[in-house]
Design a protein around this ligand. Structure first.
Ligand code: 5GP
Length: 189
């Protein structure tokens, strides 16, 4: 998506460790108009997938996830990174190693919010090594649901997540695909 690539070039900052900081429009301050445009694009890309629910992870997946769900006319559920004390019902859980924080979180979703008949679209802000996507896929599969797509706002295609998802047969769509970082600049595919 050219609009997104332009925004990344204008506002993105390449940090050491191949991390792209985009907290002026996606990860801290959020640009709602841009998020709606991204949601419309996800809805267009997955319109034939029969999506019944969007699944994402807190916190940064929620903004693109809610817009994608709105445009597809389906509910969105986000996996939590800490189990709230109010949750006493059955939950599905998965371990996710965080690329940016270098810690392992147990993500969880209450079982009642995923159904065996669901056709799940997994949405996240970034795809790096694929740990978050694998965790979300695991939650959906524990429910007996089918993952019909994985949509990410930005993928770093040179890390392992892209190849893993494609090699395992998942329909992956990235709205911006980064080939590499060179001298602090973002090079897109
Ligand atoms: P993965 O699980 O695919 O290794 O990493 C994806 C998760 O780590 C995303 O949910 C995102 O929060 C975070 N992440 C990975 N790489 C980046 C990056 O370059 N920039 C930002 N802002 N987040 C990233």
């Amino acid at each position: 998506m050219e609009l997104l690539e332009e925004r990344i070039k204008k506002d993105g900052v390449v940090l050491p460790g191949d991390v792209l900081k985009v907290n002026s429009f996606l990860n801290h301050q959020i640009d709602p108009q841009l998020m709606m445009t991204l949601g419309q694009e996800f809805a267009r890309l997955f319109k034939d997938a029969g999506v019944t629910r969007v699944l994402t992870a807190e916190a940064s997946g929620i903004a693109p996830g809610i817009m994608a769900a709105y445009c597809l006319g389906v509910p969105m559920v986000f996996a939590r990174k800490k189990k709230p004390s109010t949750v006493t019902d059955a939950v599905y859980t998965a371990e996710v190693f965080s690329y940016t924080k270098q810690v392992t979180n147990t993500i969880s979703v209450e079982a009642k919010f995923l159904d065996a008949n669901d056709r799940i679209l997994v949405i996240d802000d970034f795809l790096a090594n694929g740990e978050a996507a694998k965790g979300l896929i695991s939650l959906a599969e524990q429910a007996g649901a089918e993952v019909v797509g994985v949509g990410v706002v930005v993928e770093k295609a040179f890390q392992g997540g892209h190849d893993w998802l494609v090699n395992h047969g998942y329909h992956l769509e990235a709205l911006a695909s980064i080939k590499e970082f060179a001298d602090g600049q973002v090079i897109f595919n």
